[in-house]
Design a protein around this ligand. Structure first.
Ligand SMILES: [Fe+2]
Length: 280
């Protein structure tokens, strides 16, 4: 995987978020959070998938482009940029996720402007930076594949290998939709979670992650994003778009858990409490 954007030496707090998923209300909310925290757009990174399940792709991308935060290309951007036939999520054929994606992807493809698609085509596939003496690498799926699902329960040795092969201390991924962080032998693997859909924990909120310097160490913390989800549901219902996903916005449960490994599937409906971690 190439197309790397190097941000160089970063200082101060960073806000990381993923998966806006055409959820305009959630995207407005995360921008408000960054302003409240006084974190400039130069210190905000989105891990991709701007356009997916919800009803307002054009408005969501407008907002993110006007905001000017950094964006890593997600599989949705990769697919839309070339008007591909499907979202490129990597769902198994005939799985529930694959069948449901046909509807939202078709809508997204026809309601995203050519200007936004051209912008998506040139997004970086990786973003790197240094903070407090640690090397960070931000990707969408994994360092090997834009649509690889990497969860907390995914193989530790595989994560260690990617940290070692890329000579970084921390990898931040997106794509899988559930926030987590873990320290491994070779470094740390983090996922900010997503703002545009709940995390399958039975609550309506999205998630974002803060990277905060703390006396020579780095504190990583996860936070719930409260937003006006009823507006997002209403926009979908007016179009009769993807009812299983508009229901998910209200009940906090994914319409299908086909993609989840056993550990994450067992946590369905259980409220998440990701604890902060310190990187030394
Ligand atoms: Fe994705």
């Amino acid at each position: 995987m190439s197309n790397l954007k190097e941000l160089g030496l970063m200082q101060g707090p960073l806000l990381i978020y993923g998966g806006p998923y055409s959820n305009y209300a959630a995207t407005k909310a995360i921008r408000s959070i960054s302003e409240r925290l006084d974190i400039p757009s130069t210190h905000v990174i989105c891990t991709g998938d701007l356009v997916a399940y919800c009803a307002e792709p054009e408005q969501t991308v407008d907002l993110i482009r006007n905001w000017g935060c950094h964006v890593v290309m997600g599989n949705c951007e990769e697919s839309l940029a070339v008007n591909a036939e499907d979202c490129g999520c990597g769902f198994d054929e005939n799985s529930s996720c694959s069948l449901l994606s046909a509807e939202w992807y078709r809508y997204s493809r026809s309601h995203t402007s050519e200007s936004h698609k051209r912008w998506m085509a040139v997004l970086p596939r990786q973003i790197s930076f240094e903070h407090s003496g640690k090397r960070f690498l931000v990707v969408h799926g994994s360092t090997n594949s834009i649509n690889e699902f990497v969860f907390h329960s995914s193989d530790h040795e595989y994560k260690n290998l990617q940290l070692r092969q890329n000579a970084v201390d921390v990898i931040i991924g997106g794509h899988c939709g559930i926030p987590f962080g873990q320290q491994l032998e070779q470094g740390a693997w983090l996922n900010a979670g997503v703002i545009g859909m709940p995390a399958n924990d039975g609550t309506q909120t999205g998630w974002y992650m803060l990277i905060s310097p703390a006396q020579g160490e780095i504190k990583i913390s996860w936070h719930r994003l409260e937003y006006d989800f009823e507006n997002t549901v209403k926009a979908m219902e007016e179009l009769e778009l993807c009812r299983p996903y508009s229901q998910c916005l209200s009940n906090g449960l994914w319409p299908s858990i086909d993609i989840l490994p056993e550990e994450e599937a067992d946590q369905t409906g259980q409220r998440l409490h990701p604890e902060p971690i310190m990187i030394r």
